[in-house]
Design a protein around this ligand. Sequence first.
Ligand code: GLN
Length: 311
Amino acid sequence: MAQLSNQLLEQIVEDSLPYASDGEVRPVIPMYDDTKKDVLGVTVWTGEEYFHAGRTDLYVPMQSTAKIVTLMLALNDFGKKRVFDMVGMEPMGDFFNSIGQLERHQTEKPFNPMINAGAIATAALIKGGSVEERFERFMTFIRQITGNPDLVMSEEIYEAEKSNGARNRALAYFMQSTGAMIMAPEEALDLYFRTNAVMMCTEDFARVGHFMANEGRDPETNIRLISPEHLRTVKSIMLTSGMYNSSGQFAVEAGFPLKSGVSGAIIGAVPGRMGIGIIGPAIDAKGNSTAGGALVKSLSNELDLNMFGVI
Ligand code: GLN
């Protein structure tokens, strides 16, 4: 087993970067153009020490990595029974924004909270008197779990999400028709779009991962911000669905909970060991960073991170 060091991470970044050419940057993200394609950065946070390599200075929108934060908050607010009355916990073999899955399987609720339909339904379960208040609670929670009071939403990304939101609107309105939404679709969508637009760097993503890997404690006060049961639930669903329809492959090749977003961000939570934050904007057709995915797999091999056994 290799020793975790900046040097090891630098080597893995160098070896993984060529995989960026297998992906494309998502054109609807305003600050992403082709110059962002060959970029890769990683931070590992063990709770005692940070390790960094590559471009760790970039800020990108959380996009779908926000889905795990939404789920944690919904579980805190409503409990497991109520949340999973509204959304399933089964993996789905389709793309993350698939509409067909909502009807084809004769189920009135989305498969799981890691796909768009599931996250929109889960966003509706964040308590608050208005969208603003609900989002403020999301921001308070994410600032707390990362220990970073400076996190903010990008208005530019939020506007882009809204104006490119036809597909997500279709999902929300379809769910309204089946009774899967407890909130007006436009309000749930507004909240969902905002959560997607919160800006983070690799260190912030690593801190979310570390929070989840280590009992969900506030990094400042050490107080638990989520129960062990809820945290275990979220990590289990990350393992089975966090990388969309590549989750099976990542469970085999990396072997710990991960969540990706179309900004090319990946959050990794290695139970009891470390949080990993990655940014590699070129993504594959399924929505996962190509270079970031390669990085996660080598890191797992080098450091024996697979929860299911080392070889
Ligand atoms: N904003 C994107 C969307 O709603 C997020 C999806 C993702 O990161 N996979 O489609």
